[in-house]
Design a binder for this molecule. Structure first.
Ligand SMILES: [Zn+2]
Length: 109
């Protein structure tokens, strides 16, 4: 799991909108880009890819049904992760973490 990629999702929604409006601006579905996408998805959404490269994949995803699924799944996963990370940890887990850290501090001193 890598960075949030919220900007990428916004851009993707925008591109899906213009693809639906009959304004395709990207590469047509092609095997090569479809094969490359899964391996590059993390870098792409983490902002590691140069923007021009990222846009190319996002534009393609907006038009290619199978790649669109890949993006939608990843965006949904990231939303769930963000929600889960914002929720407080259960009391028992907090106690275990606290004890473990306390123990570590004791051995450091
Ligand atoms: Zn594709």
């Amino acid at each position: 799991m890598c960075e949030t990629g919220e900007n990428a999702e916004d851009l993707f929604r925008m591109l899906c909108g213009s693809a639906a409006a009959g304004n395709p601006a990207g590469d047509p579905p092609g095997e090569r880009i479809c094969e490359e996408l899964p391996a590059l998805l993390c870098d792409l959404l983490g902002g590691v890819l140069p923007e021009s490269g990222a846009r190319r994949f996002l534009r393609h995803g907006a038009q290619c049904p199978s790649c669109r699924d890949v993006f939608e799944t990843e965006f949904a996963l990231r939303r769930i992760m963000r929600r889960s990370c914002a929720a407080p940890a259960p009391e028992r887990l907090r106690a275990v973490i606290y004890e473990t850290l306390t123990e570590e501090i004791r051995t450091e001193l």
